[in-house]
Design a protein around this ligand. Structure first.
Ligand code: DAH
Length: 335
């Protein structure tokens, strides 16, 4: 009997070698350990044995049973491990397409509007020179306005642009006058992060230069652009501001989108939302790019695209936009 039992183990080992699927192994389990198995026959015969025989054969049969079970279980484990790492490239995959980032959507909307108004879309480098980022914008090295833009300086003497305004200078140099350009882009400042501050944010620079351009043109363009962006009638107002590259400089407010100017918590009951710094281009800036301020005048504005996206999509934490968490960004998916 002992030899027979050993043979059963050898047979099972052999059979398991050829088994590749879970179903095959379960069949073998039934064959070797099930009711109709040889082993079960032996176990049933125990009853008819004398107590002496039982004492010897009982533990032996149990031991063989355990060994068979171990063999089967080990093989099952082996095959499930294999199954999880095999990649079935014929299996259809539930494909999830990406979507545009909210900032990209807003940038596209605004540039589309400006293009219809005759603006050309331009771009410039994110690694900028001190000249384009500051000097040519009438912000010399000693000017205190540099402190308002805590700058990432690079080892090579360049910097990460702190605003999109260097594109004004590049456009004047590249295209001359008359000029009507806009430049969306990423900017960087050394900010401590919180719900309202990011070290990486997006602006859209706008610039118009021609003969006889006045503040009225600035107001008209801004009003038309905002009406298109928000798809509603908005009023704008200008408050005095300061930027070295515009004179006069303004902070442009638009009537609150929520209460339409009557006062609500969003506009802190003022009826106005601060939206966009702007101004008439400083004569020094024109001169530095070889444009005669006696003949040409112009205006410029710096629209905060990050702020606009937050307003549009009611995002109350700026960090959502840059943290790459797709679960949060999927709320803004567009078709
Ligand atoms: N570049 C300025 C900033 O980031 C914003 C700005 C102000 C842009 C006035 C303009 C402008 O074009 O005319 O702080």
């Amino acid at each position: 009997m002992k030899d027979n039992l050993k043979q059963i183990i050898i047979n099972l080992e052999q059979d398991l070698k050829n088994a590749t699927k879970e179903a095959d192994i379960l069949n073998l389990k039934a064959k070797y350990l099930g009711k109709k198995s040889e082993l079960n026959n032996y176990l049933s015969n125990l009853k008819e044995m004398t107590s002496e025989e039982k004492k010897v054969n009982g533990p032996l049969l149990n031991q063989i049973k355990k060994e068979l079970e171990n063999l089967v279980n080990r093989k099952l484990e082996e095959i499930t491990n294999q199954e999880t790492i095999t990649f079935d490239d014929t299996k259809p995959v539930a494909r999830k397409f990406g979507s545009l980032h909210p900032i990209t959507i807003v940038a596209k909307e605004v540039t589309d509007i400006l293009k219809r108004m005759g603006f050309t879309v331009v771009s410039g480098p994110e690694m900028e020179s001190e000249y384009y980022n500051f000097e040519a914008l009438n912000i010399p090295r000693t000017h205190p306005a540099r402190d308002m833009q805590d700058t990432y300086w690079l080892d090579n003497g360049y910097l990460l642009r702190t605003h999109t305004s260097p594109n004004q200078v590049r456009a004047m140099q590249n295209y001359g006058v008359p000029l009507r350009v806009c430049a969306p882009g990423r900017c960087f400042r050394n900010e401590d992060l919180d719900a309202c501050h990011e070290n990486t944010f997006f602006q859209l620079e706008g610039m118009v230069i021609d003969k006889d351009i006045s503040i009225s043109n600035l107001i008209y363009v801004m009003e038309s652009m905002l009406r298109e962006i928000f798809q509603m009638d908005v009023k704008v107002r200008l408050r005095p501001g300061f930027f070295p590259f515009t004179e006069p400089s303004f902070e442009l407010d638009c009537s609150c989108l929520i209460c339409k100017g009557t006062g609500c918590p969003t506009c802190k009951n003022t009826g106005w939302l601060e939206l966009c710094p702007c101004g008439m281009i400083h004569p020094n800036v024109l001169k530095m790019s070889d444009i005669d301020p006696e003949v040409y005048t112009g205006f410029a504005f710096g629209l905060g695209l990050t702020r606009l996206a937050m307003m549009k999509y009611k995002i109350n934490d700026i960090r959502v936009l840059n943290n790459g968490d797709l679960r949060e960004l999927k709320d803004f998916e567009i078709e």
